[in-house]
Design a protein around this ligand. Structure first.
Ligand SMILES: [Zn+2]
Length: 258
């Protein structure tokens, strides 16, 4: 019999679902232990003192006992509730998407402190920012960089030539840009416009400056979104469910504008 070991960590709650009479199973992202699956027992009882500290998206300080199958949360104290997030459908959709990607790209038992910091920073931005879309694009690019999938945006993946303004292509399969002469090396590669490539590059290296700018061209933003979505879906096993939610909200907003 393995004696449970207790450890302290902070975590962001990525996912939570009810289990049994009063328990909840959580997917957590932590700075030192990567992704952790844990059970919070009795948390749905009215008198539970842990309950409010384990809501989805909450950044929380935990005491966890290692279990044989699932770790067990024994104490929880909210550090940041990210409460504004809960009142706004757009922000909920965006935060759900962030949680799903961290869940999809994050590894269990693998320390990735920068990914933890990125998650917290993105939730903070989503609680306050007025440009949710750009915040998500910046998050996607940083996440890809921190998990080994940084897209190559400066040199052709096939011939290594410097990419210049021309009819370049973006290959999800190869993970970056192909020059006009190498475009055929991946038939699935999509045309990428010069403004879209520029925005991708800026988001990859200098995202806070981009986020400070207002009024970027919406067509370019949509192109970048679509390219990144293709690339992320190519890398992920499961399609994030929040994508349908985001698309529906956008369609409704477009409908309301007409
Ligand atoms: Zn080339």
């Amino acid at each position: 019999v393995r004696v449970p070991r207790v450890y302290r960590t902070e975590a962001v709650v990525l996912k939570a679902f009810d289990y049994g009479e009063a328990d909840r199973i959580l997917t957590l992202y932590t700075p030192q232990h990567g992704k952790v699956r844990a059970i919070a027992k009795g948390v749905r009882r009215i008198k539970s003192r842990k309950a409010g500290h384990l809501e989805i998206f909450t950044r929380t300080a935990l005491l966890i006992a290692r279990g044989r199958q699932l770790d067990v949360v024994t104490q929880a104290d909210t550090l940041e509730p990210f409460r504004p997030v809960r009142d706004d459908l757009w922000r909920i959709a965006a935060c759900t998407y962030v949680a799903e990607l961290v869940d999809g790209f994050g590894m269990e038992n693998l320390t990735n402190y920068p990914l933890y910091a990125l998650t917290v920073q993105t939730l903070r931005r989503l609680a306050e920012s007025s440009s949710l879309d750009l915040t998500l694009r910046a998050f996607e690019l940083q996440l890809l960089g921190l998990t080994g999938y940084r897209p190559q945006l400066h040199r052709c993946l096939q011939c290594n030539d410097v990419i210049v303004p021309a009819q370049n292509r973006f290959s999800s399969k190869m993970g970056g840009v192909l020059c006009p002469s190498c475009g055929i090396s991946d038939v699935g590669a999509r045309a990428i416009g010069i403004p879209a490539l520029k925005l991708l590059r800026n988001l990859q290296t200098n995202e806070s400056a981009v986020l400070a700018v207002n009024g970027l061209d919406e067509t370019v933003e949509r192109e970048v979104e679509s390219l990144l979505r293709d690339y992320i879906l190519y890398r992920l096993e499961n399609r994030p469910r929040s994508l349908a939610f985001i698309d529906r909200l956008r369609a409704e907003a477009a409908g309301a504008r007409v």
